[in-house]
Ligand binder design. Structure first.
Ligand code: BGC
Length: 758
């Protein structure tokens, strides 16, 4: 993705050149630009775009330029989409070049018409929206999808989200969210891929590929927006919008790579974060937005703020007033102001006062117009507006089937005593709990245009698949201390062979502005599980939540525990598939589940310390009142069958930086049914110039094995996989010994020792 001038492209198509020349002329005349054929992707690429944009910018007033740097939200009411009167006028006057939360073909067409018919330069609007895990067909929340460890499925999910969003008039999604987090108190962990940097980077790339498809010129692609840059997932004590204070080493090693991976995968835009980092709010940080993002990572798209993050520089205490905040943000590297209207109100004054330069404004505008160009909006501003396509694609059978597939793959089996699962279809099931007959919570937070009425509840899913009886009782509400329905629930349990109890969080409890200090089940849900367990019936706990929970008692009482997160539109069907054994669960946790809030932050790739944990020695790194180990480790998840791992072997014990090292293990399905195992490769660098984690994930492979079948699983490692920020902060490897672990979770697997020679 380089937009620099490349003369070889010019020789490829003189016809394109003519079109460019014509466009320049048309732009000069200030007319709507609608040539029939115009190269969007491929040849000649962005040299033509730059010429086009330059000729357009030559016609623009400063106000119109600042308008392109201004993004406003429209509203949505029960009756449908609405827009504040002033915004229409802003579009007409060229004071606003982009809108978000505006969707549906009818609504976006109407607004686009104002821009391209009634504004002076007829520059098309850019429509953005938070399409995070589906547009109308809602897929599992991103954290759940990450638990599938299936990059193809994750990419397909984003592809479908983009296809639907584009069919509803949208050009741009505020996703993927790639913030690494080690703190489940932070509610936004539901939007990301969990705690691991390597996995988070792979998921980030897959999502960008999915959203942007075969190129932004296509009608089914939307531009991605990597967020929230940077380190937003590490606020102190997990408190939303809080300060981030970490070493530069940790930042670069654990938090930065997923943003860089998404950008290298071609993400068109980046969103700043609300937090400060090392004393400077990200939205005003020249270091983050220019030195690291542009100069180091090489990002060439545009940067949008997160909501009113420019205005918030005043509250952060780094700007006297909003005008100064705007100057700081522009100078730092912000190109577009979301909703705060700071650029719109003050930037011209700042320019006239000599605080910012026209060249700085031009740089931002050019980046924004280039994206509109790449999206093909100058060629056809209505290319996303096809009522037929919208009708045909949203929530179509194919998309629902993909959502069901993704949902089944996202489920993690955490416990299964006495093989209580899978259930017999003939079983008498008591389905209990506040989330048993619920639809409203299942699509989770950030569910775009998703309608919970389109969602399949667990009750519906079980009834559709059962050949026995499903007795339903709510038991209690999600919150509050009312236990009056416990008796009815117990009566239902007594009539059944097995109890399935669906408990968890309300959707609003995870997501933005949803930090929690307790990680237990809210209200009296834990008491409900306990009461049902006391009946002596086997109890299958189905968890629906957006973050790791600390629920050791629930796990102890339950016969089986199924982590179902929020699975989206097809939740009930997917859960029935797993509970009845139609699909053998294969998900693994992308975040550590703690025993208690006191263990948080908790993550698998910790350091050894000088006094590593020893249960029998007080003077080691530990708690007096809890083991160090989590409730469930990162990477953990059971299957209905069992897998056995051989000791890993390596192609060579010693290797040089130019060698590829092969690490193999034989995995056998030692039970039944057929199942998929996520085989994980971790390494430990035994001695370094700085302390290294006890384990680092370096690869995964999903293998599907029939009963009794075994297969060799091989990973290839090179010196590049061993690099880290050394003592002098250079990034590279160091010769020495490494232990390689291959296993079924971060807490499992045998190791083999290898040595990297200089
Ligand atoms: C969130 C962003 C989101 C934006 C627009 C903000 O409050 O932090 O993630 O993209 O709103 O909806």
């Amino acid at each position: 993705m380089h937009w620099s001038f490349n003369p070889t492209h010019w020789s490829i198509s003189t016809r394109s050149l003519q079109v460019v020349a014509a466009l320049g002329l048309v732009a000069t005349l200030g007319l709507l630009i609608t040539p029939k054929t115009f190269p969007l992707e491929g040849t000649p690429p962005f040299d033509a775009a730059e010429r086009f944009v330059d000729s357009l910018m030559a016609q623009m007033t400063v106000e119109e330029k600042i308008g392109q740097m201004t993004l406003f939200t429209t509203d949505w009411e029960a009756t449908g989409p609405t827009i504040r009167a002033g915004y229409r006028e802003d579009i007409r006057q060229g004071r606003c070049g982009a809108l978000f939360n505006s969707h549906t073909v009818a609504f976006t067409r109407e607004l686009q018409r104002i821009a391209v018919e009634e504004s002076r330069l007829k520059i098309p609007l850019l429509f953005g929206y938070d399409v995070i895990h589906g547009y109308k067909t809602i897929f599992p929340i991103p954290l759940a999808e990450a638990a599938s460890w299936d990059l193809e499925a994750i990419e397909r999910s984003a592809r479908i989200a983009a296809t639907e969003a584009a069919a509803a008039g949208l050009h741009w999604t505020f996703a993927p969210m790639v913030d690494i987090s080690r703190d489940p108190r932070w509610g936004r962990v539901m939007e990301g891929a969990g705690e691991d940097t390597w996995w988070g980077s792979r998921v980030a790339e897959a999502r960008v590929r999915g959203f942007q498809g075969n190129g932004l010129g296509q009608t089914d692609a939307v531009a991605a927006c990597v967020k929230h840059y940077a380190a937003y997932g590490a606020p102190i004590a997990g408190r939303e919008y809080g300060t981030v204070d970490m070493s530069e080493r940790s930042f670069r090693e654990y938090y930065l790579p997923p943003y860089a991976a998404a950008i290298r995968a071609g993400a068109a835009t980046v969103m700043t974060s609300f937090n400060d980092y090392d004393g400077v709010p990200a939205t005003g940080s020249h270091y983050l937005l220019t030195n690291v993002l542009r100069q180091e990572i090489g990002f060439s798209g545009f940067v949008v703020t997160d909501y009113t993050a420019i205005n918030e520089l005043v509250a952060h205490g780094v700007a006297q007033n909003e005008q100064e905040a705007g100057e700081l943000a522009l100078q730092a590297g912000v190109d577009m102001d979301m909703q705060g209207a700071v650029f719109q109100r003050f930037l011209k004054n700042s320019m006239e006062a000599g605080k910012v330069s026209l060249a700085q404004i031009d740089t931002a505008v050019r980046r924004i117009l280039l994206l509109k160009y790449r999206l093909g909006l100058f060629e056809n501003p209505y290319k996303y507006c096809h009522p037929e396509r919208e009708k045909q694609l949203l929530l179509c059978a194919e998309h629902r089937a993909a959502a069901r597939d993704m949902a089944r793959k996202s489920i993690v089996l955490l416990k299964n005593e006495k093989k209580v699962l899978p259930l017999s279809r003939k079983a008498r099931i008591a389905l209990i709990g506040p989330l048993a007959d619920n639809k409203s919570e299942l699509i989770g937070s950030w569910s775009a245009a998703g309608n919970s009425n389109d969602c399949v509840s667990l009750l519906e899913g079980l009834r559709a698949a059962s050949q026995g009886v499903v007795i339903h009782a709510r038991g209690c509400a999600l919150e509050g201390d009312d236990r009056r329905d416990f008796a009815q629930a117990v009566a239902a349990a007594k009539k059944a062979d097995v109890v399935v109890v669906a408990v968890g969080e309300a959707a609003y409890m995870s997501g933005e502005a949803a930090s929690r200090t307790e990680l237990s089940l809210p209200g009296v849900q834990e008491a409900l599980v306990e009461t049902l367990a006391a009946t002596g019936k086997p109890v299958v706990v189905v968890l629906m939540n957006g973050r790791p929970l600390a629920i050791p008692k629930v796990v102890e009482r339950a016969t089986a525990v199924v982590e179902a997160w929020w699975l989206g539109t097809e939740a009930g069907h997917a859960l029935a598939d797993v509970l009845f054994g139609e699909y053998n669960p294969s998900g693994k946790l992308p975040m550590t589940f703690p025993r208690s809030v006191g263990q948080v932050p908790i993550f698998y790739n910790e350091k050894n310390t000088g006094r590593p944990y020893d249960a029998n020695s007080k003077w080691t790194s530990k708690y007096l009142d809890s083991p160090n180990s989590p409730l469930f480790p990162f990477g953990f998840g059971l299957s209905y069958t069992t897998f056995e791992y051989s000791a890993p072997t390596v192609s060579r014990r010693t290797f040089r930086p130019s060698d590829t090292l092969l690490v193999s293990v034989r995995v056998r399905n030692t039970g039944s049914p057929a199942g998929t195992e996520v085989v994980q490769l971790y390494l430990r660098d035994l001695v370094g110039s700085v302390t290294r984690p006890v384990r680092e994930l370096k690869g995964i492979q999903r293998v599907h094995l029939q009963p009794g079948e075994s297969r060799a699983v091989t990973f290839a490692l090179t010196e590049a996989d061993l690099r880290f920020y050394r003592r002098d902060m250079t990034f590279g490897s160091e010769p020495g010994e490494f232990d390689l672990f291959v296993g079924s979770s971060s807490a499992h697997g045998q190791s083999v020792r290898v040595e990297l020679l200089p």
